[in-house]
Design a protein around this ligand. Structure first.
Ligand code: DWN
Length: 391
């Protein structure tokens, strides 16, 4: 596999490859990839993902902020809010707009530059226990720490949890969201597995990891974002009542066998079936002379394209809103990336919905194409051609 976000200018100009496979540990309940490229190859000053490109996610993060912020607002002390993996500052903008003391920490200088343009206080760093200690010394302990789609990117979970333990105020909360292992299994969304996602978490695993450093999981709330995520709320031990959600959702995990390696073996064979079904469909459309393109050059699409071996014969281009990806080639399979405007000017017969997790937002945006007869191809939760009609 190539680096999921390494969009290149020329064919074969990237020769770095790693072996993408995953294992499940029945003791700690972590599903994790076996080999991860060094972090500097993935997160750097040309990182290609900007959170704020999705309006739906912007609203989601602002609502998330307001929900927890209101709790700490009751205190008269000066509030300090930290976001780990702040990206372009989409979430922290809500803190800044309220004039609150805040800090975003992210290792990718280019996305941080975007956050700074918005007036967000930031530090460029990979968050770990040393950074946590320094932040606490230079600022204060954090009343709220947020992270969204970040913790599953960090290999040394124990050191990470130690850092949270150090930085979190004794009455504070650490709130984070990650793609949920249960959603991935139920939908066979194998594209959640790529270099940046070291882990796909379930509640059993999260509870164990944070318990090891003296923290406690006090709530778990399912989210529809990113194809099915889980929000976890962590606090210092015995500070808050534990929500009933935790026991209920853990029971559900056990009932569904998310603690059993057999479940993951079955998931593996489901992935193989989806791969053959998608290839079969694309080859059929190609032989019938239809023009097929992709919608959104997501990180996830790198797994789909390389795992299924889909090249520009089968998908002639991918349209994407990220200017840094346009004019480049997709990692490994070298499919050209163009703007949505270019795609709309000469639409294909079929569009493969790579950003299936943003389906509602995208269909709303592209309703004109759909009404003109352009068809969509889904590969999650099953491979199918969909003709959407407006009610
Ligand atoms: O965890 C991660 C998630 C949250 O974001 C990261 N490791 C990287 C990234 O993953 P992804 O690229 O799979 O994320 P998305 O949000 O599913 O897709 C983003 C891509 O989709 C961008 O290239 C922009 C594109 N896009 C688009 O072209 N039109 C997205 C939307 C919503 C659109 O309307």
């Amino acid at each position: 596999m190539p680096i999921a976000n390494n969009f290149v200018k020329e064919i074969e100009s990237d020769n770095y490859r790693f072996n993408l496979s995953a294992s499940f540990c029945q003791d700690c309940h972590l599903l994790q990839i076996d080999e991860q490229p060094v972090k500097e190859l993935m997160f750097h000053d040309e990182y290609k993902f900007f959170t704020g490109l999705s309006e739906h996610m912007r609203i989601h993060f602002h609502e998330m902020f307001e929900e927890y912020f209101n709790e700490v607002l009751a205190d008269s002390k000066e509030v300090f809010i930290v976001e780990i993996g702040c990206n372009d500052g989409t979430l922290l903008e809500a803190a800044k707009n309220r004039g609150l003391r805040h800090l975003g920490i992210d290792p990718s200088a280019n996305v941080v530059a975007r956050a700074r343009e918005r007036g967000i206080s930031t530090e460029i760093a990979f968050f770990d226990s040393t950074v946590a200690k320094n932040v606490k010394t230079s600022y204060q302990s954090a009343d709220l720490i947020f992270a969204a789609n970040v913790v599953c990117h960090i290999p040394d979970l124990l050191d990470f949890a130690t850092g949270i333990n150090m930085l979190l105020h004794e009455d504070g909360k650490f709130i984070f969201e990650e793609p949920y292992v249960g959603s991935m299994i139920e939908k066979t969304s194998y594209d959640q597995i790529y270099d940046e996602h070291v882990y796909i978490f379930g509640i059993l695993a999260i509870q164990k990891v944070f318990n090891l450093v003296g923290l406690e999981l006090i709530d778990a709330i399912p989210q529809s974002t990113h194809g099915g995520s889980m929000r976890y709320v962590i606090a210092h031990r015995d500070k808050f009542q534990i929500s009933d959600n935790v026991a209920r959702l853990i029971d559900q995990e056990l009932e569904r066998g998310y603690d059993q390696v057999e479940t993951y073996k079955k998931f593996g064979s489901e992935c193989e079936s989806r791969k053959f079904e998608l290839l079969k469909l694309l080859k059929k459309l190609n032989s019938q002379g239809y023009k097929v393109a992709g919608y959104a050059a997501t990180s996830k699409s790198t797994t789909v394209l390389n795992y299924c071996k889909i090249d520009s014969q089968l998908i002639s281009y991918i349209s994407d809103s990220t200017t840094d990806k346009q004019g480049k080639l997709s990692p490994g399979m070298y499919i050209p990336v163009v703007s949505h405007e270019t795609m709309r000017a000469n639409p294909p017969d079929y569009l493969v919905l790579f950003a299936w997790n943003h389906e509602i937002e995208i269909l709303r945006k592209e309703s004109m194409l759909t009404s003109q007869g352009m068809k969509w191809i889904r590969f999650v939760p099953k491979v199918e051609v969909v003709e959407f009609h407006e009610n």
